[in-house]
Design a protein around this ligand. Sequence first.
Ligand code: ADP
Ligand code: ZN
Ligand code: ZN
Length: 841
Amino acid sequence: MLLKDPNQVPESRTIKYVDVIIPVPIPKRYRYAIPKELEPYVHIGFRVVVQFGERRLLTAIVAEVLENPPEHYQAKYILDVLDFEPTVNATQLQLWKWIADYYMCTVGEVMNIAIPSGLKLTSTSKVQLNPEFNYFEHEMELNPHEDKLLNHLRGVNAVPYDQVSEILGIKSVYQVIKSLIKRRAIILFEEVKEKYKPKKIKKIRLRDAYLESEQAMEELFASLSKKTKQEEILLKYLSELPVLSRPELNREGLEKTEITHGGFSTSSLNTLLKNQIFEEFEVVQSRLDEMEESVTVEAYDFTLNDIQAGALDDILEIFKERDVCLLHGITGSGKTEVYIELVKKVLANGSQVLLMVPEIVLTAQMVVRLRKVFGESVGIYHSKFSDNERVEVWKGVAEGKFPFVVGVRSSLFLPFDNLGLVIVDEEHESSYKQYDPAPRYHARDMAVVLAKLHHAKVLLGSATPSVESYYLAKTQKYGLVELKQRYGNAQLPAIHFADIRKERKRKTMKSEFSSLLLDGIKESLNLNEQVILFQNRRGYAPFLTCEECAWTPKCNQCSVSLTYHMYRNELRCHYCGYREPAPKHCIACGSSKVKTVGVGTEKIEEELKVLLPETRIQRMDLDTTKRKYSYQKIISDFENQQIDILIGTQMVSKGLDFDHVSLVGVFDVDRMIHFPDFRSHERTFQLITQVSGRAGRREKLGKVIIQTANPNQLILQHVFNHDYWSFFKREVWERKQYLYPPFTRIVKLSVKSESRELTDHAAEQLAVYLRGRIGQKRVLGPEFPVIDKIRNQYLKDLIVKLERGKVDLVKAKTLIAEQIERLRQQKGFRKVYIVVDVDPA
Ligand code: ADP
Ligand code: ZN
Ligand code: ZN
C-alpha cells in the first residue's frame, strides 16, 4: 500500500491536491498531493493514508480536493485510498467544523472521537477470495498484479489490506483491489464480527473443602510451603477475593487470564488444578440480545390516551413553525409512548430518526420496548460496545439498514444522510456533556445543530428540563408541550422528610437510618413491595481518619483523600484510579484507632444487612456494574422481584420503570444542595425528582423519604410540592442576579502544569491578558479548584462570562484563543497546558 518515497517529485504537471483532516490537536490545514493513478478515486469524505511527521502513518479524511499546492512547503503524496464509498458525508463534515469552532478545538480532535477507531486502523481491513466466485468458470483478463494477488490468496485465503503492497511489490494497490472487487473475485471485509456471540469466560475457584475450616486452609498452605509458585497463585487469589472473610466470593471465582496474564506460572496453575486444589469452571457472559430476551416485555402494543394523543398533536403543530420542541412530561406520563408514535410518523415519511439517551446501560428497558415496536430496523449505539460493533452500526446507518438509531451522545456522529427527527430523552442529563478529551461538546445542543444541518426537527424530553431549555421554551425560542399527569391512575408519590438532626437528638437513628426511613422500609417489605435507596456516593466511606492524630490517607497524585472500599479492603482514588490496601494502623502515629468518616453506598448496604438480615439487598453503582451487562442482570433481577432493596448512586434514578417499588429513600441530600456549583440546586431538584419518580408508578401511591438536617430549605419545598415552575422561577431569578446561564455563556479555562507555582503564575498572567481584551468584569478568578491536583497536574481555573445578546460570541472566542496563544508563546509557559471548556456543565 505504500509509496516507497512519499517525497518524490510529482511526475505530472497537472497534479491535484487534497486538504485532509488528521486526528491530531494541531490547528493547521494539511495539504497532500494525489498520485496520478489514484486521482480518479479520491473524493471528499474518503479515507486516505498519509504520512505524518517522520514515521507515523495516519488515516485521514479528505475534506477538500484542490488545484493548488500548499504555499510554504513541498506536499507529500497521499499513500493510498481506503474507501470505495465515502466514510463521512458532507453534512458530517459540516457538523465537525461547527463543533470545532464552537468548542474551540480542532476538526481533527472532533474526527478523533467521531469515528470509531475501527475505521481509523487500516490493519483491520482484510482482503479475501470471494467464496461465491469460481474463477475457473469465468474468463477473466488479469493483469500480472491481479494474477499475482489471486494466486497468493488461493494459498492463504485472507490477508490484511496493508500487506498487499508488500506481496505485490508495488506502491499503491488500490486499483488492483478495486478492479478485482468490481469483478467480484475478492471481497474486502473488516475483521472480527463477534457481536452477538455469547462470550465464555474461563474461571477458577478454590475447592469448597478448603474453606470449610481454618485448619483446612492452614494445611493447604503447609502443603504448598515449598512450592513457591503455587503458593504465589494462591496468595494472588486470596488477595483478589477475600474469600476467608466472605466465602460467597469463592462462587464468583477469578478469571483464569487474571492469573495467566499476571505473570504467574501457567504450569503451576495447571498443577493446582490437577491436584484438585483449584477447580475450573466457565461462565457465559451474555450479550445484549440475550439480555433483551431475559427482560420480560409482552407484546408491546398500546394506544395513546387522550392526553398523550393531544400532546402528539401539539408537537406536530409546533413543528410546522418551529424546529425545536420541549416535551415537559412528569415521570410516568408516557413520554416514551409519545416518542414512539412520533418516530413511526417520521419513518413512514422515509426519513431517519435518532433517539438519544443519556446512557444506554440505564435505558435498557426502553431499548427493549423500541425493539418490540421497530424490530431489526433499530440500530443501537452503545458506549460499552466493542469497536467492531460500533463499526457495524456505523456501516448499517450508511447503508440504510438502520433508519432508526438509539444511542448515547456519540451517536450524533453517525453517517446520517436524511435525518428527519432527533429526540433527546432526559435532555437535562449532564452525561450529554463530554468532559475529556476535546471536543467538550454538549450532545443536546449539538443535536439542535445537527438537526438544522438536515432541516430536521428536534424534540427534547424531560420530567425536569434543564433551566436553559425551559427558559428557551418560555421565551418562545422553542415550542413547549407539557404532560402533567401520570399514565393510568398512577399518582406522583408523597414526599416525607426525615429530620435527622431531630432524630439524632432523640437518639432514634440507627447508624445512618432514621426511624422514619427504617420503619418505612419494613412496612414496604411486609407488603411484599420493593424499595430503592439513593446515596450518590460510591465506596464505603469517603475517607479514613485516625482518632488519635487526625491523619487521613490521601492520594499521592491528586489532592483528595482516598475512598475506603470495604469489599476489597482497599483505599482508592476516584480521580486517578490509584489503589492500595487499607492500613490497619495509622501510618503517622501507629494508633489502631483508624475509623471511617462519611457514607457511601457500600456502607448503606453493610448497615442494612445488619439491620435487616433476611432481606435480599443489591447495590448498583460503578463498582458493581463494571462488567458489560451486569447492570442489566441487576435490573432484571429487581424486576423479577429477586431483590427486595436496590441501593445505588444516580444510576438508580434514571429511566427505570418498575411495578412494585413503593418506597424510595434518599440519603445525604444536604451535601448535594451545598455542593459549590451554580447548578447544585438544579441538579438536586432533578436528581430527587427523578429518583422519586421510580416510586408508585402503578395504581398504588408511592412514598419518598428524604433524610435531611433541614427540611425547610426552599429547594426541598419545591421538591415536596412537585413544583417545577416555582423551582424554575426562583432559579432563573438567581441566575439573572449572578449572571449565570442562560443569561451568560461561560468559557472555563483550566491552566494545568506539573508545578503549582508555574500553574499559578501562568493563570495569573492569562487573567491579566484576558481582562485587558475581554473586559475586567467578565473574567473571574483565577482560583484553585476544590481538587487542585489530579494525576500530578496542578490546576487553576479562570471563568469567562459572556452576556447573551451583548457580546459577539465568535469574536470573544477568537480573542480568548489569541490570549491563550500569546501565553503559550512565552518561553516560561511552554510546559503549561490550557483546557478550554465552553458551556461547562
Ligand atoms: P416516562 O418516560 O414519561 O417516565 P413511560 O413512557 O415510561 O413514562 O410510561 C410509564 C408507564 O406507563 C410505562 O410502564 C408505560 O408502558 C405505561 N404507559 C404509558 N403510556 C401508555 C399507553 N398509552 N398505553 C399503555 N401503557 C402506557
Ligand atoms: Zn494517628
Ligand atoms: Zn489520585
